[in-house]
Design a protein around this ligand. Structure first.
Ligand SMILES: *[C@@H]1O[C@H](CO)[C@@H](O)[C@H](O)[C@H]1NC(C)=O
Ligand SMILES: *[C@@H]1O[C@H](CO)[C@@H](O)[C@H](O)[C@H]1NC(C)=O
Ligand SMILES: *[C@@H]1O[C@H](CO)[C@@H](O)[C@H](O)[C@H]1NC(C)=O
Ligand SMILES: *[C@@H]1O[C@H](CO)[C@@H](O)[C@H](O)[C@H]1NC(C)=O
Length: 212
């Protein structure tokens, strides 16, 4: 058992986190999505090799800070389309030593926090330098914090269905961005029409001119 690398327990009716899983120190992929789980034990930090963790669509009441000690983690899915929506992700901020941390300078981190009721992106998200994909659609996010613009590796960003009213002028600093989606926000600056084309260049160009 200890050598198990992949464990798929999705779509069961688990109400409790299967605590034995925390002894599987070679586990790399763990899918616990679509269950009825309310709590994640702090022993989750024993999963020293975990790379992909899918805990979407559950009934979590809170997320333990230990989640941010999973330094090998590259893919985290907390999309709560069919689960209890989280207002705060208590393990944000992901510190430099946390997810995709300093031991994994070359890794690419993908995070999905969509379909929650999150209002704020933490200030220090910029420290998650290896973030390449962020799905945060259908939340209540009102603005992008300045440090967001340090995410130079970010390639894909989906913020559709949020409460953004303006985008930061320095958005051109996200120079790796290839796919963006700001649909269904209440954008004023730049106006929605500018964002419809989903082109970073068009958005950045508008913001630069608007400031002149
Ligand atoms: C995570 O689980 C959900 C629900 O079972 C599934 O739709 C999704 O594809 C999974 N995502 C990943 C990255 O494995
Ligand atoms: C990162 O990748 C480069 C090129 O692929 C390699 O030379 C380097 O050793 C890697 N660094 C780490 C910390 O893994
Ligand atoms: C972004 O999220 C919306 C859901 O709000 C979805 O319809 C769309 O396909 C997603 N786009 C990309 C590029 O992932
Ligand atoms: C976000 O927008 C929705 C719909 O327009 C609204 O019901 C909600 O109160 C807004 N939330 C915040 C935090 O502004």
């Amino acid at each position: 058992m200890v050598s198990l690398c992949v464990l798929i327990l999705c779509c069961n009716k688990f109400e409790a986190f299967p605590i034995e899983v925390c002894t599987l120190e070679n586990l790399q992929v763990f899918d616990l999505s679509t269950n009825q789980i309310q709590n994640i034990p702090s022993d989750i930090c024993n999963l020293k090799r975990i790379q992909k963790l899918n805990i979407s669509s559950n009934q979590f009441i809170y997320f333990p800070i230990e989640l941010c000690q999973l330094q090998s983690l590259e893919e985290l899915n907390i999309n709560q389309i069919n689960g209890r929506k989280a207002r705060n992700l208590y393990f944000w901020p992901w510190r430099e030593v946390g997810i995709g941390g300093d031991k994994n300078l070359n890794c690419s981190v993908c995070v999905d926090i969509s379909n929650n009721v999150i209002r704020e992106i933490p200030r220090n998200i910029g420290e998650l330098r290896s973030l390449v994909s962020l799905n945060a659609y259908n939340n209540q996010i009102r603005y992008l914090p300045p440090f967001f613009l340090c995410l130079h590796d970010l390639q894909q960003l989906n913020f559709s269905g949020n409460n953004l009213t303006y985008l930061p002028r320095g958005i051109h600093n996200l120079f790796s961005l290839k796919e963006i989606n700001f649909d269904d926000n209440t954008l004023l600056r730049p106006p929605m029409e500018i964002c419809k084309g989903k082109q970073l260049y068009t958005i950045a160009h508008y913001l630069e001119r608007a400031d002149k």
